[in-house]
Design a protein around this ligand. Structure first.
Ligand code: ADP
Length: 469
């Protein structure tokens, strides 16, 4: 049989909202399970007590306001306020109150439904803080859908592009990029593969000027790991690029200017050396002139490195590609390096013929750099082993030394521009490996290193083998 009383009681007890009734004298007459949970008082503790034990001091007046309204026949709906738990903590609640009437319509008390909104309130405050932080972030931040349509952009975007966030909303990022297909061709495939993309792109300002930005983009996924949106952090790098261009220009001009007097000095020193060798009486001065000659060579290689940097940066490093037999090249480089290897043992076991398509001069430069580094970083009498082997359709060259090694935490940076683990003698600029990487990558190859501090280092590079015929 349907028992309405039973069902009503069941509903009240199983509700997740507190359901409380009070009499006209403001004394509590019922207190469900949720009320016990929200306020921390058991039913026994509160039945018969006045309801004003619940509001904190500064909210006690609300009870009188409620009563006044209710007695005037009005209801209280979703009134948001604070209440006190038994343990003294303040909670945020939303209260709705209606009068309880007898069957003649006379008000005999009040029933209140109370919802604990503390979590909701906390979340709201957090969201507000986050959106304010986003708005005020110094970098441009924008969210787009998977097709590049802008869903959100912060204030910094306005300064970068000149559009107000409202004007910007609904536009597609492709309208801003000078290459409208760049996002589809480059950014999106990378985001799908790795979840992240960063790099420089040229974009258009509202006033029509074109400028570079640095974009770091990542993919936002839902709980089932399906991509839902993209978020991008944008930084205007115009000033930074201008400074960089100036530096490159300075490097190029300075190193070119230094090269001319250096060549004259080198010629003069070579002439002097020949003269000293011929004349017995000048023989004592020979060792000093030889020292000058050695230092001039060092200076020349430093200037050449600076020139290479400006060539790389301006995209002007040219490669004259021809068929190169790599083992013969290694042997000839080793022959030259023996002069500076001093007591170290340079070995090249099992040389085999491998043809690669390369710029002979640039490839020699990489080998010289790797072997010179191995010499600089390893002790007398130690072995520097060079090897070459085939791996699928590539040839891999390695230069192994038993020298100082490189600390694990520094290994990822050694191919960076101007990076030095520690100053070696003769000193360099920390550019050799950076230039070597550029050369190898321009040959569609890879360069990498393995090392253990105290046990030595191995440098490798791989190059595609030349096709037969
Ligand atoms: P440079 O030799 O002018 O300093 P490189 O770019 O050739 O510049 O090398 C960068 C740094 O990497 C070196 O300063 C050195 O600290 C470290 N390094 C390179 N090769 C070796 C090696 N074989 N063993 C130990 N450290 C090395």
């Amino acid at each position: 049989m349907f028992d309405p009383k039973f069902n009503f009681e069941f509903l009240v007890q199983s509700s997740s909202d507190a359901i409380i009734t009070v009499g006209l004298d403001q004394k509590i007459t019922s207190w469900n399970k949720a009320a016990e949970k929200i306020y921390g008082y058991s039913k026994k503790e509160v039945l018969g007590k006045k309801i004003d034990i619940i509001p904190p001091k500064n909210r006690k007046h609300e009870i009188q306001q409620f009563l006044k309204k209710l007695k005037a026949g009005k209801q209280i709906r979703n009134f948001e306020t604070e209440r006190l738990r038994k343990d003294g903590t303040l909670i945020h609640v939303s209260i709705s109150i209606s009068p309880v009437k007898d069957n003649k319509g006379k008000i005999i008390g009040f029933s209140a439904i109370v919802r604990d909104i503390s979590e909701h309130e906390k979340m709201e405050r957090k969201l507000k803080l986050m959106s304010e932080a986003l708005e005020k972030a110094p970098d441009g931040i924008q969210i787009t859908d998977l097709k590049g349509k802008i869903i959100y952009s912060n204030r910094a975007v306005k300064d970068i592009y000149g559009f107000s966030p409202k004007e910007y909303l609904g536009k597609n990022v492709n309208e801003m990029n000078t290459d409208p297909e760049f996002a589809d061709k480059v950014i999106l495939p990378s985001l799908r593969k790795t979840g992240r993309w960063n790099g420089e792109i040229m974009v258009k300002h509202k006033n029509g000027t074109i400028f570079p930005i640095w974009l770091t983009a990542s993919m936002i996924k839902d709980s089932k790991r399906n991509p839902t949106a993209l978020v991008g952090v944008i930084r205007d790098i115009t000033a930074h690029k201008r400074l960089d261009d100036l530096k490159t220009e300075f490097l190029s001009v300075a190193s070119h200017e230094l090269k001319t007097p250096l060549s004259t000095l080198k010629l003069a020193v070579e002439g002097l050396m020949k003269k000293c060798q011929k004349e017995e009486k000048s023989f004592g001065q020979f060792k000093y002139i030889k020292l000058i000659d050695k230092e001039l060579d060092h200076l020349k290689s430093l200037i050449n490195e600076l020139l290479d940097i400006s060539r790389i940066e301006t995209g002007k490093m040219v490669f004259r590609i021809e068929k190169v037999e790599i083992s013969s090249l290694i042997k000839s480089v080793m022959e030259k390096m023996k002069l500076i290897a001093e007591k170290r043992k340079l070995t090249f076991k099992k040389p085999q013929r491998f043809l690669v398509m390369a710029d002979l001069y640039r490839l020699e430069q990489v080998l010289v750099n790797l072997i010179a580094n191995a010499i600089k970083c390893s002790p007398d009498k130690s072995e520097i082993a060079i090897s070459v082997k085939k791996q699928k359709n590539k040839v891999v060259v390695s230069v192994k030394d038993r020298g100082t090694g490189i600390p694990k935490e520094k290994l990822p940076f050694i191919f960076d521009k101007f990076y030095q683990v520690k100053k070696q003698s003769p000193t360099g600029f920390g550019l050799g490996l950076y230039i070597s990487r550029e050369i190898i990558e321009q040959h569609k190859g890879k360069i990498w290193a393995e090392s253990k501090l105290g046990s030595g280092s191995s440098f490798f590079f791989s190059l595609p083998l030349a096709k037969r015929g």
